[in-house]
Write a protein that binds this ligand. Sequence first.
Ligand code: AMP
Ligand code: MG
Length: 483
Amino acid sequence: MNNYFNFENTYTNLPKCFFTEQGVKQVPLPDLIIFNDKLAKSLNINIPLNNKNETAKILSGNFNDKNMNTFAQAYAGHQFGHFTNLGDGRAIILGEHVSKFGKRYDIQLKGSGITPYSRQGDGKAALGPMLREYIISEAMYYLNIPTTRSLSVIKTGEDVFREKKLQGSILTRIAESHIRVGTFQYAAAQQDKKILKSLFDYTVKRHYSNIKNYENIYIELLKEFSLKQINLITNWMRVGFVHGVMNTDNMTLSGETIDYGPCAFMNNYDPNTKFSSIDHMGRYSYKNQPIIAQWNIARFAETLLPLISSNLDEAIKKAEDIIKSIPKTYKTSWLNMMKKKLGLVDNDNEDEKITNSLLSWMEENNADYTNTFVDLMNEENLSQGIYKSNEFKNWFEIYKKRKLRQNFSKSKSLKLMKENNPFVIPRNNIVEDVLLSADRGNLEPLKKFLKILENPYDKNIKISNYYKTDIKSDQPYMTYCGT
Ligand code: AMP
Ligand code: MG
């Protein structure tokens, strides 16, 4: 027996329809590609690293633990607006690890083989997409954005066939939980109030214990969940992150970003930026993210209606009041965020206009979203290139005057900007380069890049290669679902 993890199981106490217990299939040749030592230490995960083969075996789920009770979760979801029954088609939860601080995390293998929810899929994952999830999720964490984390990637020794033959891999994902809006949709579809209520109670206990004594706890959950999502989307908008597949099964009750499939970071500021190859209508484009979040939250609200009130009209009215308030709450949250990026505090009638005119200028001039804010933090950079235009100079004068009106020192304003404007993001071209090297067996560029991404707000790091980009437009950059 060992104690790599401190497993407990609570999810499997839910009604049986929520999961299928299933063992983990052995993979032929587990090979360790990357392990997140820092994350393991911070969560008190004790996986030995002295024998690479042994470590890889553990991270393929091949070990004994008396508290391990592996299972795949059932869920449903709206995919691009269409309701479907889903579930973990290529993932297995090994257990809930409880850290020494009493925090609970799902330990999940992604790419570990077929489950009863696999439908037509092979249950597998390829090296590139799993390393991509590792890079972007860790980058998000260090950008201070709620996210699932990545503990490791191993190769399985199996081939995976997509358009071509790829190297099979398993990512170990760590999440506060894998309860999704889609899990609630699945519960509601069972048309049994007891089943729905069991998921609701479980979720409150696991993620929202602060509301357990409220009178209308259902409405309170809806409010709190909306705030978590508004905070999340505001953060995505702050760093130019485009999730790419905001289906309701990819929205967590914990408020963590999940499912790094066709996501990417925007280079030039263009609100219509989208990356996913199948998102023809731009449903999940950068600018649509807050709107889709509201749509998803409305789907979540629908699942709660039978619990909110036995009078359906009354339940709808209560839920609607919250859903309708989302755009205004989001807008305030967004403007506060943009003000921080600009080093502005206090309220000034000009704030929204100043923000929007900068964004319009950026759009018209193909300005890089990240680098523009970096340059605003260093006036020396503003004497060159696109900043020489009168339009920019006029904007900058107005902005400077606005700054003088606030009761906030220059150094404090700069500090605020530095905390909110990253110097480095996982640029698409660099992500692709390091993945290509990794695929060919050279992991050094990947490891170097991950190190850089650990300090995105630190200007002192030697990041020149990562800071400037010659890419003129994101639009040819395509990412793929179902990888
Ligand atoms: P995603 O686009 O990653 O959110 O996945 C949507 C659904 O498809 C989920 O239920 C996944 O578990 C499932 N899925 C994705 N890829 C595979 C695969 N290779 N085999 C089986 N199921 C998959
Ligand atoms: Mg998903």
